[in-house]
Design a protein around this ligand. Structure first.
Ligand code: FNR
Length: 341
């Protein structure tokens, strides 16, 4: 079983948390990585394929080629937590059983504030239906966690006040889960708002009494920033930290000294290429890693193929400065494209 105590981990992130980001994070100090939330009904449609060429396992909907979930056991085994979006115990179990042999833990998303999740009773809506949330977790513990020796966990947000939050956490801890992640903001709060960290120790005590590990999330900017928070709030070392926003911009943020963006983008593209990552997703991540003020932001935005991305990368100097102008090459690619039509 995974141990979460005191770990610094990559948050679940739709789009950003695909395999290349997770590999980059693991290679650069992340103790554990969460996959992006995948909805139960989507996962249930998938079949497992061993991808010999890449050394990966893919979960694919029949007749499609782009995997809903791809994992590389050689790198991720012992470190990968799979997050499910659900509001139905039976579907949650079915979804968890679909992937269980390739992941180390199953996590339930009970914190997403987006309309898409809430209106179908998933994400943060589960915080308002605690009976249902507890039923999902109890069933997962009994039918997936225990028989397969895997960790069952849940990621929540704070409720409007301390008492209600502690009461909810006490209930969740009694479902048999091994781990809890608390995003230290309430559901209406946005990521730019300062998290509420005033009663983390009390949350920890409830968890500890029930043998549940705790990771806090929200506004942690780096490993050193997490250590600062631990020191300032005198937090026990067993409480871990989870990073999203800053790890999306720089998946090496788990290191004591994170790598600069111009080297991060090179490493990222190499991994994305090696693991046949989808071009749209690769471009999305490049746009998160490359600062908007760099000329390269525009250069990469104009690329339409991996070959063009590689060409632009070749002109990225050792300090993020341009070694030449990639635009003529890109214009030429557009011309060739027109002629080929
Ligand atoms: C997220 N978040 C998120 N949370 C979750 O439980 N499942 C998910 O799939 C996602 N997807 C996602 C995508 C992106 C691009 C971002 C930035 C965030 C929320 C995330 O895990 C985290 O709880 C919040 O972002 C707060 O942490 P930070 O950003 O303050 O470190």
């Amino acid at each position: 079983m995974l141990s979460f105590a005191g770990k610094l981990v990559l948050a679940p992130m739709v789009r950003a948390g695909e395999l290349p980001t997770r590999i980059l994070a693991i290679r650069n100090g992340a103790d554990l990585v969460w996959g992006p939330e995948i909805i139960d009904k989507k996962l249930i449609q998938c079949k497992r394929h061993v991808n010999e060429k890449l050394g990966c396992v893919d979960y694919l909907v029949d007749g499609t080629t782009s995997p809903v979930f791809r994992t590389c056991p050689q790198i991720e085994k012992g470190k990968i937590v799979f997050q499910i979006g659900t509001s139905t115990p039976s579907l949650a179990i079915q979804a968890a059983l679909t992937v269980i042999q390739d992941v180390d833990g199953i996590d339930i998303n009970a914190g997403c504030p987006k309309h898409f999740s809430i209106h179908s009773g998933m994400g943060a809506a589960l915080l308002r239906t605690p009976d249902k949330l507890c039923e999902i977790l109890c069933e997962l513990v009994e039918k997936v966690g225990r028989p397969y020796g895997k960790t069952i966990s849940v990621k929540i947000r704070l409720l409007d006040n301390r008492e209600d939050t502690l009461q909810l956490i006490n209930r969740l801890c009694q479902t048999g889960i091994s781990h809890l992640t608390v995003h230290c903001r309430t559901t209406p709060m946005r990521n730019r708002e300062q998290p509420i960290r005033g009663y983390i120790k009390e949350i920890y005590e409830v968890c500890q009494t029930n043998g549940v590990t705790l990771i806090i999330n929200g506004g942690i900017k780096s490993r050193s920033h997490f250590q600062e928070i631990q020191r300032d709030l005198e937090l026990p070392k067993e409480i871990g930290g989870m990073m999203a926003d800053c790890a999306e911009q720089n998946p090496t943020v788990f290191l004591d000294s994170p790598i600069e963006w111009f080297d991060v983008v090179k490493q990222y593209v190499r991994i994305a290429n090696d693991y046949d990552n989808n071009l749209g997703n690769t471009k999305y991540m490049i746009s998160r890693i490359v600062p908007g003020k760099s000329k390269f932001y525009q250069f990469f935005a104009r690329c339409k193929t991996f070959q063009e991305i590689e060409h632009v990368l070749g002109l990225l100097g050792p300090k993020g400065d341009p070694l030449g102008d990639p635009l003529p090459f890109i214009e030429n690619c557009r011309q060739q494209e027109k002629l080929a039509k």
